[in-house]
Design a protein around this ligand. Structure first.
Ligand SMILES: Nc1ncnc2c1ncn2[C@@H]1O[C@H](COP(=O)(O)OP(=O)(O)OP(=O)(O)O)[C@@H](O)[C@H]1O
Ligand SMILES: [Zn+2]
Length: 768
């Protein structure tokens, strides 16, 4: 269950919530997102009332998000539901079901309206079926709207009154006005500007928590007690103002992030009844609908082109701003921009399920996984506040007792310490920076699945790369064909093409395509099987054949000196060579060549410049591997690897520092999972790549990896700057306080300044 908590501004409030909800039985985990101001509660409770009560008790305005985002009301017509007992039966079955919120029965109409989370409907229908009821959905009254974020309006009037009163208090006290006037003005200022601080502070103290409201309440009260009336008023006003400004700057950060990615238009032109085009809300467009886009329009939904050609700017998804040509059969993505022609496409994913939606989701989820620095900072903050608080008490009590110095003077210094005990700026600086980094990456078509990877990217020492499709285009073409020995070339080719046509492997595909181009007749293949890392086998007209690589030829004992020489000469040219074998030996030899992507060469050079070493891991033979590696400038190449060999290589690399691996994610899955950072290529078309990789590159441009590393470095810089700044200001005030030079209001002012600076600095990453 996700809540948006509007008044969770300062991270110190997190501890308060954590404490309170930690006491609610059934709550298993809490995930805070301070930038979005959301809290996710994992629980095993039948209902959320205890959680919501607990939040209300500590003064948090929690707005449940998930029901707002995904609750749908579905009206079901159930023909056999005609009496109370059946209603009771259904109620009993459905009311406890996860994802079902509310049930409304109408026995006259025989409808049941269910309010449920999206995606639960099939379970509901299955449950009804198990009771023997056939249910038919009548109409879905949308609720799938994303509710606009609740805006709390800033109440400026009390703040202005409070500010004016505080200023007046300063002025009249300076002019030597009678004490009662100063006190009255200060009280007005504190009463109008500080009431909510006191209220929240009191709640926190009751819960044995020292959040900033509690600290401020104590500090201001203390200042009043020692007679610093104008200053107490000023501190309270400045603090209230700081709160507002902090909240606004965070709002800006949040909106900037959303704005970067929220790009799909809300409306789409859909074909209805096969003859008219109507404008519809994109969220309501069903799968397989036909949608039309005009030149210059943004695409609203993911789909496949069925009519027309155009060029599309896919930058919002892939980060690549060169337009891509699209014709029938090509995929289009929600959020991308149709440039030249008109297109019609068939919808392949609903609005909530589009690639863009997945990206936004993944970025939002990534914020929840705390990066190492953030964990460190949180830990630090947990100790910092109580520590400074203890020091403050010491400062107030010890010097006057031991050295007989003035009580009031040291109490004042203690109060200044209370003001700087708030770690706000420090704690907020990390998530803002990380989130900005994640958003900037997403805009460049790099989807990072957690702050950890963003932070660790700069430490990458070794990057392992798969060959086919990663360094090369992955679309090899047949370059050579020769019959071997006495074999009949026509027959050998026909059999090889028939076997190849059954496989999805790029090498086989190349042979099959070349055969098709030359109009080779495809034969019937029986008993077909793929031999991973080697090739394929099958029967044609009752005879057994193999089609596969060098290794397979050797495994089958069909090698000879002449054959080896022939293989070697082709392999040295960077070609992949396969042979067709019958029971009496090699029949024909095929070579296919794949071209290297221009971007790969550049990417490898960039990686080396960044100090990352590169290693190619491939199932292809070592000569070919070496030739391709040489062509793009890769440090080392390892050929003849089976998937499990790749895994072993990754384990060896891991021992030498942070390692990464890029692959297409299919036969490289184990090695990718083993790498500290697993990169998947071409993720825009594949859901699994987005879901399983640590970092998903939306297209297949390897240069995204150096870009990722540079972003990781920039993020680390900003994090360091922010932490230094936030801690530095505290340190300066600590020293000034002991020297008796610091004032309370200056401390509040500096704290506010620090918060603004770190948020602004973090947001600089958005422009990277
Ligand atoms: N189905 C197949 N048809 C033809 N040749 C195959 C087939 N499967 C494997 N081979 C041969 O075995 C070699 C290794 O295959 P494997 O699938 O392990 O690596 P790959 O995916 O081609 O290369 P990379 O690891 O660089 O992606 C290929 O280069 C090819 O020569
Ligand atoms: Zn603060």
């Amino acid at each position: 269950m996700r809540y948006r908590i509007e008044n969770m501004d300062c991270p110190t409030e997190e501890a308060l919530i954590r404490n309170k909800l930690g006491q609610v039985p059934g709550v298993t985990d809490l995930q805070f997102n301070l930038v979005q101001r959301t809290l996710t509660v994992l629980h095993q409770l039948p209902a959320l009332a205890p959680v919501e009560d607990a939040l209300a008790a500590i003064g948090m305005q929690a707005v449940p998000l998930d029901t707002a985002v995904s609750a749908v009301e579905t009206a079901l017509h159930i023909a056999k539901m005609d009496c109370r007992t059946k209603e009771g039966l259904i109620r009993g079955k459905l009311s406890g079901m996860p994802g079902v919120d509310a049930l409304a029965f109408n026995l006259v109409q025989r409808t049941l309206t269910v309010r449920h989370a999206t995606g639960v409907l099939p379970d509901v229908l299955a449950a009804l079926k198990s009771l023997g009821f056939e249910a038919e959905a009548v109409a879905t009254a949308g609720g799938a709207e994303l509710t606009a974020p609740v805006r709390t309006r800033t109440a400026w009037w009390p703040l202005i009154v409070s500010g004016a009163a505080a200023l007046l208090a300063e002025v009249v006290s300076w002019l030597g006005a009678p004490a009662w006037l100063v006190i009255a003005l200060a009280l007005v200022a504190i009463g109008t500007g500080g009431l909510s601080t006191y209220k929240k502070g009191w709640i926190a103290l009751k819960n044995r928590n020292l959040n900033m409201n509690a600290l401020m309440s104590i500090a201001v009260t203390g200042a009043m007690l020692i007679g610093h009336w104008p200053e107490a008023a000023m501190v309270m006003v400045l603090f209230a103002l700081a709160e507002v400004i902090e909240a606004k700057s965070l709002d800006r950060a949040r909106n900037a992030i959303r704005g970067l990615m929220d790009l799909a238009p809300e409306r789409a032109t859909v074909l209805q009844d096969g003859n008219r085009w109507v404008e519809a809300d994109a969220k309501t467009v069903a799968l397989d609908s036909r949608v039309r886009v005009k030149p210059g329009e943004r695409i609203a939904l993911d789909g496949v082109v069925v009519l027309g050609r155009s060029t599309i700017n896919q930058a919002p998804i892939t980060g690549e701003s060169l337009p891509v040509e699209k014709a029938e059969g090509d995929p289009v993505f929600a959020g991308t921009i149709n440039e030249a022609g008109s297109l019609e496409y068939r919808v392949t994913a609903t609005a909530n399920d589009s690639t863009l939606a997945r990206i936004i989701h993944a970025v939002e989820a990534a914020q929840g996984n705390r990066a190492p620095t953030q964990r460190f900072v949180d830990q630090f903050a947990r100790w910092y506040t109580p520590l400074v608080f203890a020091v403050a008490i010491g400062v107030a009590v010890v010097p006057p007792l031991l050295m007989g110095t003035a009580w009031l003077e040291w109490t004042y210094r203690a109060l200044v310490l209370l003001v700087i005990a708030c770690p706000c700026a420090l704690v907020i600086s990390t998530p803002v920076s990380i989130v900005s980094g994640l958003a900037a990456a997403a805009r460049h078509g790099i989807l990072i699945k957690g702050g950890v990877y963003l932070e660790n990217g700069r430490k990458l020492r070794w990057l392992a790369l798969d060959k086919t499709g990663t360094i090369t285009h992955g679309k090899p073409k047949q370059t050579d064909f020769a019959a071997w020995g006495e074999a009949d070339p026509g027959l050998a080719r026909a059999i090889a093409v028939s076997l190849a046509a059954r496989s999805d492997h790029p090498v086989s595909k190349a042979i099959a395509v070349a055969g098709q181009d030359d109009a080779v007749t495809v034969r019937e293949v029986e008993d077909f099987a793929a031999l991973p890392g080697r090739g394929v086998r099958g029967q044609v007209a009752g005879a057994h054949y193999h089609l596969g690589n060098h290794r397979l030829v050797q495994d089958l004992g069909a090698s000879s000196a002449a054959l080896e020489a022939h293989f070697s000469s082709l392999e040295a040219q960077g070609k992949s060579v396969v042979a067709l074998l019958a029971s009496d030996g090699v029949q024909a030899i095929f070579a296919v060549a794949d071209t290297v992507k221009d971007s790969s060469r550049q990417a490898i050079a960039d990686l080396h410049a960044l100090g990352v070493k590169t290693l190619m891991l491939t199932g292809d033979n070592p000569h070919t591997a070496q030739a391709i590696a040489g062509e793009v400038g890769i440090d080392r190449a390892q050929g003849n690897l089976l998937p499990e060999d790749k895994l072993r290589e990754m384990e060896a690399l891991a021992a030498q520092g942070t390692s990464g691996m890029v692959g297409d994610g299919i036969n490289d899955a184990p090695a990718l999972a083993r790498a500290d950072i697993g990169f998947a290529m071409g993720a825009a078309g594949s859901d699994t790549a987005i879901e399983t990789a640590d970092v998903a590159l939306m297209d297949d441009d390897l240069r995204k990896i150096p870009a990722f590393i540079r972003l990781s470095r920039a993020t680390a810089h900003v994090l360091m700057q922010n932490i230094t700044l936030a801690l530095g200001i505290k340190a300066v005030f600590l020293v000034l306080t002991f020297a008796g030079q610091a004032t309370m209001w200056a401390a509040v002012f500096a704290d506010m300044g620090a918060s603004l600076l770190v948020v602004g600095n973090g947001m600089r990453l958005l422009r990277k």
